[in-house]
Design a protein around this ligand. Sequence first.
Ligand SMILES: Nc1nc2c(ncn2[C@@H]2O[C@H](COP(=O)(O)OP(=O)(O)OP(=O)(O)O)[C@@H](O)[C@H]2O)c(=O)[nH]1
Ligand SMILES: [Mg+2]
Length: 494
Amino acid sequence: MFENIQKSLGKAFSAFRGTGKITESNIRDGMRQVRQALLEADVAYDVVQDFVRRVTEQAVGEQVLKSLRPDEQIVGIVHQELVQLMGPVDHSLAVRREGTSVIMMCGLQGSGKTTTCGKLARRLKEEGHTPMLVAADLQRPAAIEQLKVIGQQIGCEVYSEDPARSNPVQVCRNGVKEAKRLGIKVVILDTAGRLHVDDALMTELQQIDSSVGPDQALLVCDAMTGQDAVNSAKAFNDALELDGVILTKLDGDTRGGAALSVKAVTGVPIKFIGVGEQLDRLEEFHPDRMAGRILGMGDIVSLFEKAQKEFDEQELLDQQTKMQQGKFTLEDFRKQMRQIRKLGSMGEIMKMIPGMGRIVEAMGNVNAEDEMGRVEGMINSMTAFERENPDRIDRSRRNRIAKGSGVQPAEVNKLLKDFSTMAKMMQGMSNLSLKDRFGAVQQMANGGFLNPGADIRDLKVRTQRSAGDDNDLREKKKKQRKDAKKQKKRNRRK
Ligand SMILES: Nc1nc2c(ncn2[C@@H]2O[C@H](COP(=O)(O)OP(=O)(O)OP(=O)(O)O)[C@@H](O)[C@H]2O)c(=O)[nH]1
Ligand SMILES: [Mg+2]
């Protein structure tokens, strides 16, 4: 698997051997080769462009790990960015504690839906559930029989109806009804595929979706089909609001394009991967393992991670000292933001950095990643002097920064104000342990201290979400979906 991309990336990395230090000029040739390697692997064009830009930025940035050679460094950065590109880790299957949960599978013909239904049911059985499979593919004559055989293999109930007298929506509805009657907790719907995304398919799936209201809609995607898979994933997501993707046939000779692009293009997480025809050949998707397989340079990656960890620890210590001395600057803030983005999870922030929770919370339902990008963009538009001396930013400097980063001057103002509050708070908290800091941030937030601005009045502190909350959230999402659909129907009728 991934042999070609591995080879061509390896060649690209060797271009960095011999260079003393990575600079903007000498990185160009190597990155051109990385770009070529990704395009040849059938990764979507926009994804490649963005990827190359991010790697280049990191490589010429100030974060140079002295103990590593430039080529080792590039391997590490590429690995890190691949993980970011394909992440996050999300294997949840939305099985509710109470009642019957419904998982709807969809995908193009032959992508592996029916097989994957069996694999998921097998997995759920291992977790102690008794799942039921519903044969909703009335398209292909042998489809029902195929699912029955799979059900028999894993010892799992299969619900079906006579295809001559039924239709997919009815089968699904009755199947779920039957499952409820039997007290079965998880139902998996095996739907029909089509050769291409077409209206008939989408309408059928949308009808099932709105009539049964599944807890999760999962797309089964054949990894061998590269960008086609990604394009269809986009269409499915537009029609159904997918909750996850399962990539199949990753045991074959795939070039890697689908695995690398599908999350970036759809925004939907990859949950599982199929690595064989047998029903036990389903693995949880781990972006770091996948990146490792793509690069095939485990040793260098661990070397990089070790150096990176040391670097991060040193950096954190430096920042701690600066905070204590009240010398924390926008430059440090930017560094922290980059570290956070690397961590990839917003929840981590609350634990690591005092005051940052406020910034994230203040964004409310805005996409935190995007917002961080905007903030970073503003800081990027400042000169080194301005980053070190934010209090010296006057009106004309502020307007220039706003222009340079494509935001309103008021936003720059707000950043500076927030930053100043945060820096003061950090100084006050710098002697506390990480755990105490987390507690202090929460306490202050609960007490309204972190909420001086009128624009963030609705600030709430999200503590670590419990499983129960997750379910609430899903219920809410489900209801929202249903409401939206009802509204659409109403509009159509009008
Ligand atoms: N090598 C490999 N083959 C797989 C994998 N998943 C499914 N297959 C094979 O792909 C073929 C199609 O699988 P199905 O499960 O029938 O696909 P489907 O999406 O249900 O197809 P339709 O119902 O016709 O739309 C079968 O030969 C499966 O054995 C996988 O992860 N690896
Ligand atoms: Mg099928």
